[in-house]
Design a protein around this ligand. Structure first.
Ligand code: HEM
Length: 508
């Protein structure tokens, strides 16, 4: 009887209605500390308010900050966000009472069964973050692994290698881009074999999709209902399935590795040590076997796949749009790889490519950075107080401010190279600066940015040398904003053709 009631559609519909009423009452009681900029007369159900955030967040922020000359509040469906002006960037970066991990734990529902990936990523002991910093930073051996995987993945996914006369053909924009990044990253996260294992690749990508969709689903319910409702939400159910599968696959892999070690030791004695250069092994050692290997893999996938793929797509669009830069970029890749091999040194010396990537990222960024929660009442430099528990973000619209970046709407692939050559010490892709915080800043700055940088540089090096790229006739990619965040146009049609005389022999 109880089970029937629990599974009944009517029960959950009634709960959803109650939830809406609860939300409405809560909203009426919430008194913002800073003026709400998306409040409109007669917009009782906040339909217009939420539409404005969805479609015009950038304009809401710039106009609101200019009007109020200080922090503003933006109402969103599941609460409020305080937006601080960019002049407070350094203050936020260094303030210990403003925390990123706690915000993510709250906003992305750490603790819900199936969402273990988040729990391990933001674990207070920082095992995984430390591992990303120490093992996935500038590291020649990860580059060698990614190099072989990329080569194979391009053959398989972008094709046209064995024909005598390669032809232009369209990519499957969403899947062929995600798949290339997923395979490349997986070769380091779970080893080269898993990078060609279709079932495993589908599992990690499926989890990322289900996770983010599950988070969006849960935000529609009030806080008190979430611990119950997740049991019946399809994406949360899917997440639990993926976690079970990932744990099973990874536990199997650990068992196989153990057997292999024992065999080798039997055969070769103490000299027969087997080492694996991947995150499965590193996490086992770093956590002393405490972290579940399946959870570690899903965590890495969640942090790395979507973010890197979106930027990869933005880069491909700019390569297609700027044929005048393709020659110089190719030359740089060939020269550096010839000089340094496929190595960190080669990647670091690809300074035009570095600038090209940073400029693409600038034009494809969201309008806020440095998302934090106030762990206690926190006093702003002007004496006003951000109440404990508030969610804050910092305005990042300086990325398109003509006073900071002349001609800001124009793509200028050499922009950051020029700044670097003029002596600017914060113009590299992985660097943050007062006006450029796309990787965040302070103690929570993205630890995976070196990995993302190397993965993207290597992928572009392969593609520039081996393929010609163009947008399909009539395809004009749009710059899409979804709320506070940017989104690469999912309808892009990109065509590629294998080059007759691939350059850069070291890029196997
Ligand atoms: C282009 C790709 C990427 C972008 C744009 C990106 C962006 C970000 C941003 C904005 C933050 C928040 C930092 C802050 O607010 O101060 C962050 C945090 C984080 N990123 Fe990335 N990221 C990318 C790739 C990666 C990759 C490849 C990994 C893992 C290998 C990774 C792992 C993490 C982790 C673990 C955190 C949490 C850090 C903490 O809470 O202390 N990211 N990332």
């Amino acid at each position: 009887m109880l089970v029937e009631l629990f599974l009944s559609v009517r029960t959950w519909t009634a709960l959803a209605i109650l939830a809406s009423i609860y939300h409405l009452l809560l909203r009426l009681r919430q008194q913002p500390t800073f003026p709400i900029v998306n409040k409109y007369p007669g917009d009782f159900f906040r339909r217009r308010a939420y539409r404005e955030v969805r479609e015009n967040a950038k304009e809401l922020i710039t106009a609101g900050l200019a009007k109020h000359q200080g922090p503003i509040t933006i109402a969103i469906p599941h609460g409020q966000k305080i937006i601080l002006p960019s002049s407070l960037t350094s203050w936020v970066k260094s303030n210990k009472d403003l925390d990123h991990k706690q915000l993510v734990r709250e906003d992305f529902f750490s603790g819900i069964p199936g969402f273990e990936a988040l729990s391990i990523l933001h674990d207070p002991d920082s095992m995984l973050i430390d591992l990303i910093k120490t093992k996935m930073g500038p590291n020649d051996s990860t580059l060698t692994t990614m190099n072989t995987t990329l080569s194979h993945a391009l053959h398989t996914l972008w094709g046209n290698t064995n024909t005598t006369k390669p032809t232009w053909h369209a990519l499957n924009w969403q899947t062929d881009t995600m798949a290339l990044i997923a395979r490349t990253a997986t070769s380091v996260f779970a080893g080269p074999q898993k990078a060609t294992d279709a079932a495993w690749l589908a599992l990690v990508q499926g989890y990322v999709l289900a996770y983010f969709s599950g988070v969006a689903d849960l935000h529609r319910y009030p806080r008190w209902a979430r611990p119950f409702v997740h049991w019946v939400l399809p994406n949360a159910i899917a997440c639990r399935g993926y976690v079970r599968q990932a744990r099973g696959v990874m536990d199997g892999m650990l068992r196989e590795r153990k057997v292999e070690r024992e065999r080798r030791a039997e055969r070769e004695g103490s000299g027969g040590v087997v080492r694996y250069e991947d995150a499965v092994e590193w996490a086992e050692i770093a956590s002393g076997g405490r972290a579940r290997a399946g959870d570690v893999q899903l965590s890495l996938a969640m942090a790395a796949l979507f973010t890197t793929t979106e930027l990869f797509r933005a880069l491909l669009i700019q390569v297609a749009r700027h044929p005048e830069l393709v020659g110089p970029l190719r030359e740089e890749v060939v020269e550096q790889v010839a000089k340094h091999g496929v190595s960190v040194a080669a990647m670091s010396n690809m300074i035009l490519l570095d600038s090209f990537m940073k400029e693409s990222q600038r034009l494809n960024s969201g309008s806020v950075v440095l998302e934090r929660i106030a762990l206690k009442d926190t006093t702003l430099p002007d004496g006003r107080v951000i109440p404990r528990g508030s969610h804050i973000m910092v305005d990042s619209t300086d990325l398109w401010n003509p006073a900071v970046y002349p001609d800001p709407d124009q793509f200028d692939g050499r922009r950051f190279l020029r700044k670097r050559q003029e002596g600017d010490t914060a113009s590299q892709f992985v660097q943050s600066s007062p006006n450029y915080n796309v990787f965040g800043g302070g103690r929570h700055i993205c630890p995976g940015r070196f990995f993302a940088s190397n993965e993207l540089k290597l992928a572009l090096a392969h593609i520039l040398c081996k393929y010609d790229i163009r947008l399909a006739k009539g395809c004009e990619p749009k710059n899409l904003q979804h709320g506070f965040y940017a989104m690469v146009d999912p309808s892009v049609q990109l065509e590629v053709r294998r080059r007759d005389a691939p350059t850069g022999d070291l890029l196997v």
